[in-house]
Design a protein around this ligand. Structure first.
Ligand code: PMM
Length: 270
């Protein structure tokens, strides 16, 4: 999954693709580099971000999705709002990526059920403005697993086909670095729930903190690619179904090398 944020303020690519032409060009480029789906988002979810209204979100994403659809590029819509998901699906999106796991908007389940499209349910405890104070766990792996299972159960109860549910640990969302590392180390606990798992560590702050320089400052976003690649490979080795990344070409190359070995531990698709 290639990341395409059409926002002025996302943490790693905010402001770069607010122009429709530039956004479409970037999305097509990520697809050509090997992404199977391009994840288009119109609202930043970085910690502390203020919300935009649904009309603004729709105005940002729909023109980009329409043009990607016209060029044959599969799109997922990164939103927590049912109205935005509906508009995006009408414009040609084929996957809903909901970082709230259906919690932010009670109308999302009905939209996903009616559309009959894959629905990515991410682990989430609250909106970005105040999510870091919700990063309190006794056993982060067990709690995230159980909270994700509840989200999947709720989706199924609302009529969503279980075969269309994808789970995501939500790295960095109400998570401290140690929580992200524990979830990376025990991804098998989520895989064991029986749904495909998406892993989305790309360029996140905890990687920057790991790679901090002698002054203690986190490594800037554009210096986190090698670490991102390592997390993606480890995730696939642990049974992840997909990885969501900003730099698709490098990830596709690394997975191609691994696939070429014929290793039974490689479970990715070409
Ligand atoms: N992270 C971001 C946005 N969307 N979607 C899923 N499923 N999982 C994530 O971890 C996730 C997401 C925030 O990061 P970005 O700036 O890279 O979009």
């Amino acid at each position: 999954m290639g990341v395409l944020n059409v926002t002025p303020d996302s943490f790693s690519d905010g402001g770069r693709y607010t122009d429709v032409d530039a956004a479409v060009q970037h999305g097509v480029g990520l697809f050509q580099e090997g992404a199977h789906v391009i994840d288009v988002g119109g609202e930043s979810t970085r910690p502390g971000a203020e919300r935009v209204d649904a009309a603004t979100e729709i105005a940002r994403v729909v023109p980009v999705i329409e043009r990607l659809f016209a060029q044959g590029v599969p799109v997922s819509i990164d939103t927590t709002r049912a109205a935005v998901a509906e508009a995006a699906l009408a414009a040609g999106a084929v996957v809903i990526n909901d970082v709230s796991g259906g919690l932010a908007d009670p109308g999302m389940a009905a939209v996903a059920a009616a559309a009959g499209c894959p629905w990515i349910l991410m682990h989430w405890r609250g909106h970005s403005r105040d999510m870091q104070r919700l990063a309190v766990y006794h056993d982060v792996v067990a709690e995230v697993r159980d909270e994700l299972r509840e989200r999947a159960d709720a989706a199924i109860a609302a009529g969503v086909d279980p075969g269309l549910i994808v789970l995501d640990p939500g790295l960095g969302f109400a998570k401290l670095p140690e929580h992200n590392w524990a979830l990376s180390a025990h991804l098998d606990a989520l895989v064991g729930l029986g749904f495909p798992v998406l892993f989305a560590a790309s360029r996140k702050t905890y990687l920057g903190r790991l790679l901090a320089g002698p002054d203690g400052m986190p490594r800037p976003v554009d210096g986190r690619e090698a670490a991102t690649l390592a997390t993606s490979l480890l995730a696939v080795a642990s049974g992840a179904w997909g990885v969501r990344v900003h730099q698709v070409g490098a990830t596709a190359d690394a997975l191609a090398v691994w696939r070429a070995t014929g290793s039974p531990r490689f479970r990715g698709t070409p």
